[in-house]
Ligand binder design. Structure first.
Ligand SMILES: Nc1nc2c(ncn2[C@@H]2O[C@H](COP(=O)(O)OP(=O)(O)O)[C@@H](O)[C@H]2O)c(=O)[nH]1
Ligand SMILES: [Mg+2]
Length: 226
């Protein structure tokens, strides 16, 4: 029987982590229809790893984490998709939780959060933790978001609803623009607690200071143009 969830994974030079992650996904096949890897001009073996595991592969023309997600979702054939990262920080064990929450609570979006009971992060640094807390509070005050973890970008979403959102930002600002646009468009959401793992291997693509500043400017821009 065809399943109703696809997996979208942005990957940029993640050959080692991606291999470990895709092996892990094999154990959870009953929850998803296919895996779409969006490659961001990787110069290592990321694409051959994706091919080895039978994933659908999309090559990004430009770079950008947000752009990768948008390109990936455009290829999804199921009703829902979930974003995972190729570094292994978002654990496939949570597919069951997403699936149960979807059955219980037919919302447009399910956000996975790293804060609260039964949640946490082994990947956050002091700086990213503080940054996330500040941006999360800004999200609550200026945009009325209920979300307790604005930067995680680990979520299930209904494809049709996602495609109606008009994104301005295609880089890491996407992480805050997605929940803000979802709220503006009255999409229903629920939340599940998760523990973020440490990236398996390779280097983070987020540059805390530069991307943090871009996110701050992006949020101010989105507030002014509300
Ligand atoms: N396709 C694509 N993937 C990207 C890009 N930037 C980051 N990624 C991937 O997006 C995921 C999240 O990036 P990461 O560096 O782990 O962010 P962090 O966890 O916030 O430090 C990783 O799997 C990266 O390989 C990009 O421009 N294009
Ligand atoms: Mg990461």
């Amino acid at each position: 029987m065809k399943k109703n969830i696809s997996i979208v994974i942005p990957a940029r030079n993640e050959e080692k982590s991606l291999k470990i992650l895709l092996k892990k996904f094999d154990k959870f096949k009953k929850y998803y229809e296919e895996i779409i890897i969006v490659d961001g001009k990787s110069v290592d073996k990321t694409i051959s790893v994706a091919r080895e595991f039978g994933c659908k592969i999309i090559k990004q023309k430009k770079l950008g984490y947000g752009d990768a997600i948008i390109q990936g979702v455009n290829q999804v054939k199921t009703k829902y998709f979930i974003i995972f990262d190729a570094d292994g920080s978002k654990d496939p064990i949570y597919l069951k939780k997403f699936s149960n929450e979807l059955k219980k609570n037919r919302n447009n979006i399910i956000f996975a959060e790293r804060y609260g009971k039964n949640a946490g992060s082994l990947d956050d640094t002091f700086i990213t933790h503080i940054g996330n807390r500040i941006f999360t509070i800004m999200g609550k005050i200026f945009f009325g978001l209920k979300l307790n973890d604005i930067l995680h970008t680990f979520f299930l979403c209904e494809v049709n609803k996602f495609k109606k959102l008009r994104f301005k930002y295609k880089d890491f600002v996407f992480c805050v623009e997605f929940p803000i646009l979802a709220k503006k468009n009255n999409l229903g959401s629920s939340f599940i607690p998760t523990v973020e793992k440490k990236r398996y291997s390779g280097v983070p693509k987020v540059r805390s200071f530069v991307d943090g500043l871009k996110i701050l400017i992006g949020m101010i821009d989105l507030f002014i143009k509300k």
